[in-house]
Design a binder for this molecule. Structure first.
Ligand SMILES: Nc1ncnc2c1ncn2[C@@H]1O[C@H](COP(=O)(O)OP(=O)(O)O)[C@@H](O)[C@H]1O
Ligand SMILES: [Mg+2]
Length: 503
């Protein structure tokens, strides 16, 4: 029997500063939700340290390359001295971290199974309703069109898988869904097709032009990344570039990273949400088939910037059921509002209810959320210890007192590198966190980060630059008479002569 390591059962959250001086650990089977504005320390003070200390397989969503480089090196180290290195795979649609092992994923694989097709379609669709951008649309409307989108996509994915078609075929359908007759025919005629799905597909694409138009836009938004050829080439399998074996990666205590970015024009959320669902389903499969009926060590899902990276439709159910199977969840969001936009008020509340440990940073502007937390905490009994140093010697006395410890303003004023921790039934705690870049180990980590950065920028130098590509494209266009003729030019001779038309 090996020595008991606290890091096998939990991760260090910090040290309490009120009440004073208690080490705070968070068990892996307790879901943690972290709320804090951008730059408050969600990643560096909580998610990264948890991921760094964790020995088992994991999934991490990220919005910044630095956050990836911070943990990617250490996550590859053997989990015990002399052991084999642990694998990592990074879904990097934007090519932000060249030279790091890539995750290659086939969105069609498995979709002969209607359940997989449905889950995948719903995940892609859910990614269109992100907390960071909604394209100015009402949240409820966005969720309605996400549901319509799922009906269309599940039909497309299922039809493609049933007939050995590839993502390219699906994209052809997505480019003009209303005109695509093939998928409906396949769903009608193929004996292995899920019944009635042709009806669901046709139903979502016929009706009032406005509704159908919005559905089509949302379907295209869900698959938008794949319409960029280089993104498609990076993420999807091709001859000689097979899909990553997720089952093998998880079994070898590997880490899947999903690297998105905060970009309203090219949200990676639909793709990342779909991949995240697949990774979590694979982890669940490992748990269910393992000798103990659970994952040991546990699988850690670190869902940073949850509403804008991977608004998983299944999160509530997973948090409720899967922590008992060794799947552990830590998620972070900037504001409560973001969660409501992505999930709707009721679902967001259920998620909050299922979050065992809530960590809230100060500095936010969301008074309503702070007030609600303050109400949740209500009055608590604090014990005061009084030390008296009198003529009779030093004496201590304790007294109990009910006070409202934290008013909304107090929560806002929680200082940097500190957070309010509300865990289970325990009284609220003000915790001092340890930023992973601080201290001696932090210096070491910083040096590793610098080295990884240098490596990535060397790899980036190999990418063909835009001037070269422009030159090559223009050469082709000239050779094939694709360039604009003089009469094509706005304001050119043709227009001139029109203007000069005699009255
Ligand atoms: N490489 C770095 N070195 C020093 N400080 C950093 C570095 N990266 C980020 N920080 C600082 O650490 C703070 C917390 O960052 P982070 O944990 O990324 O915030 P969040 O995840 O909540 O947006 C920020 O205020 C940021 O300025
Ligand atoms: Mg962060």
């Amino acid at each position: 029997m090996s020595r008991f390591e606290p890091t096998d059962v939990g991760w260090r959250l910090g040290r309490s500063s009120l009440p004073r001086g208690v080490e705070l650990w968070c068990r892996y089977d307790r879901t943690t939700g972290v709320y804090g504005e951008q730059g408050s320390g969600k990643t560096l003070d909580l998610l990264a340290p948890a991921l760094l200390a964790h020995r088992g397989a994991g999934l991490a969503t990220l919005t910044k390359v630095d956050d990836l480089l911070l943990t990617a090196g250490r996550r590859q180290r053997p989990d015990q001295p002399g052991g084999p290195p642990r694998p990592i795979a990074v879904l990097d649609p934007f090519g932000a971290a060249p030279g790091i092992p890539e995750l290659v994923w086939d969105p069609i694989a498995g979709c002969v199974d209607p359940r997989i097709a449905e889950r995948r379609a719903k995940a892609f669709a859910a990614g269109t309703v992100t907390g960071s951008v909604t394209g100015g649309r009402q949240d409820n409307a966005a969720r309605f069109y996400a549901a319509e989108t799922a009906k269309v996509l599940q039909g497309f994915l299922h039809a493609a898988a049933l007939t050995g078609r590839t993502l390219d075929h699906v994209l052809e359908w997505v480019a003009n869904p209303v005109a695509a007759e093939q998928p409906v025919e396949i769903l009608q005629q193929h004996p292995h097709a899920a019944r009635f799905w042709d009806g669901l597909l046709a139903g979502a694409l016929h009706g009032s032009p406005d509704t159908v138009g919005n559905t089509v836009t949302t379907v295209q938004q869900a698959m938008a990344l794949f319409f960029q050829p280089d993104i498609r080439a990076r993420c999807v399998p091709s001859p000689g570039r097979p899909a990553t074996d997720l089952l093998d990666l998880i079994t070898r205590q590997g880490t899947v990273y999903l690297l998105g970015r905060d970009d309203p024009y090219a949200s990676a959320a639909p793709l990342m949400t779909a991949v995240a669902e697949h990774v979590l389903d694979t982890a669940l499969q490992v748990a269910n088939t393992s000798p103990h009926g659970r994952m040991t060590p546990c699988f850690l899902a670190c869902l940073d910037e949850l509403p804008s990276t991977t608004p998983l439709p299944t999160l509530r159910v997973r948090m409720a059921n899967e922590r008992a199977l060794g799947l552990s969840f830590i998620y972070a969001a900037q504001t409560w509002k973001q969660m409501v936009v992505s999930y709707g008020e009721d679902e967001a509340r259920s998620l909050l209810g299922l979050t065992n440990t809530l960590v809230v940073f100060g500095g936010g502007k969301d008074v309503h959320f702070y007030r609600e937390l303050s109400d949740l905490l209500d009055d608590v009994r604090v014990s005061r210890q009084t030390v008296t140093d009198g003529p009779g010697g030093v004496g201590t006395s304790r007294s109990g007192e009910d006070v409202r410890v934290l008013r909304p303003g107090d929560i806002r004023r929680v200082p940097e590198r500190h957070a309010l921790v509300i865990a289970g039934t325990a009284p609220p705690i003000l915790a001092k966190l340890r930023r992973c870049l601080d201290g001696t180990d932090g210096q070491q980590l910083k040096a590793e980060l610098e080295a990884a950065r240098a490596q990535v920028s060397r790899a980036r130098a190999d990418v063909v630059d835009v001037d070269e590509r422009t030159a090559a494209a223009l050469t082709y266009a000239r050779d094939h008479r694709l360039t604009a003729r003089p009469d094509d030019v706005p304001g050119g001779p043709a227009t001139q002569s029109l203007r000069g038309w005699p009255e």
